[in-house]
Design a protein around this ligand. Structure first.
Ligand code: UDP
Ligand code: MG
Length: 331
């Protein structure tokens, strides 16, 4: 890659939080410490901040976040009007942060993603990358269920033509330029992990270790995970629709063959009742028809949601204070 000389960036960490009362204060302290260190090492500008996005938490998260931000101007809080889900929460954070930042890193609130990887993210940014993907080294901190389902999922995604990056889970740096480009994508069904790699731009990959959750439990329920998986496929690829077409064609060939067979049987005078054949054929056709309708319905539903042009998130409150962070001042 050609070396581009860049200014030291104003970095914003965007941290989505949904019911994270057990962990936010610890997270704030760890991130604050890391940001100060990066400032001292002249890797980021003094105006850098940590932006929490409260995704409609029902516990004390918002109160704690306001407390954290009240005591320290390094923190800001975007509070959404309800629970819009992880993808929309980070989008809200990124779209707010891009007004103030040169680069934004999205990172989970549970400290699972190694924050020390920030140095590598920044290094790639300084070398001219507009997007830097954090990719996890392995999955030893995951349970066997998540390990198996995740691996199968990435396989399926690639088979179905998605551009998603294996083992990359929204721990990512994006420059202001990349974020401005992302803001042009108006779709409601947002699957950032698949979308961002299609945007082009020089990019890089940084590997990091995943730790166990610092506190609390996973906020990705099975149903949220399934929705994300489904969105990942249907918002990035129409290959399932093509597969249905192919399946329909095979069924057509099959029924032609069955017609020929039964006609031959009839001519030969073999008028066996044929109960089993009839049953199997109608079951197969019924099953495939319903499955196909379901898949098509999934897309029609997506189209329906897209045509409404609804906002993808609504910001209820924004706590953001001009930092008294002019050059040389200690925070
Ligand atoms: N999250 C969110 N909205 C949701 C679900 C999760 O903002 O509806 C946040 C959550 O607070 C965390 C991040 O998304 O910061 C990742 O969630 P979690 O750690 O629970 O997922 P896992 O690591 O288990 O996949
Ligand atoms: Mg987590």
């Amino acid at each position: 890659m050609t070396e581009i000389k860049r200014e030291i960036p104003v970095l914003y960490l965007v941290v989505p939080c949904y019911n994270e009362e057990e962990v936010v204060e610890k997270t704030a302290a760890v991130m604050r410490e890391k940001l100060s260190r990066l400032e001292r090492e002249n890797k980021i500008a003094k105006a850098s901040k940590i932006m929490f996005v409260n995704d409609g938490s029902k516990d004390a998260t918002l109160r704690l976040l306001h407390g954290i931000a009240a005591g320290d101007k390094k923190f800001s809080v975007v509070s959404l009007s309800g629970n819009y889900g992880h993808q929309s929460a980070i989008l809200a954070g990124m779209m707010t942060a891009r007004k103030y930042a040169d680069a934004v890193v999205t990172i989970d609130a549970d400290l699972q993603q190694d924050i020390e990887a920030l140095d590598l993210f920044l290094q790639s940014y300084m070398e001219g990358c507009e997007v830097v993907y954090g990719v996890r080294n392995d999955r030893h901190s995951d349970g066997i269920f998540k390990k198996v389902t995740a691996t199968a999922y990435y396989r399926l995604m690639h088979m179905l033509g998605s551009t998603v990056m294996t083992n990359h889970a929204d721990y990512r740096l994006m420059s202001k330029k990349a974020l401005d480009a992302l803001s042009e994508y108006r779709e409601t069904n947002l699957f950032l992990r698949g979308l961002i790699p299609t945007m082009g731009f020089p990019s890089d990959v940084v590997y990091f270790d995943v730790k166990a959750r610092e506190a609390g439990h996973s906020k990705y329920t099975l149903s949220k995970m399934l929705t994300l998986a489904m969105d990942g496929i249907t918002s990035m690829s129409v290959r399932p629709l093509r597969l249905i077409g192919g399946l329909g064609f095979l069924m057509f060939l099959f029924s032609v063959a069955m017609c020929v067979i039964s006609l031959v049987d009839w001519v030969m005078g073999n008028n066996v009742p044929g109960y089993t054949t009839t049953l199997i054929v109608s079951l197969i056709i019924g099953g495939i028809t319903l499955l196909s309708l379901g898949i098509i319905g999934e897309y029609v539903g997506k189209i329906y949601m897209e045509t409404k042009h609804r906002p993808r998130y609504i910001i209820d409150t924004l706590v953001w204070r001009e930092g008294e962070d002019k050059a040389g001042e200690e925070q």
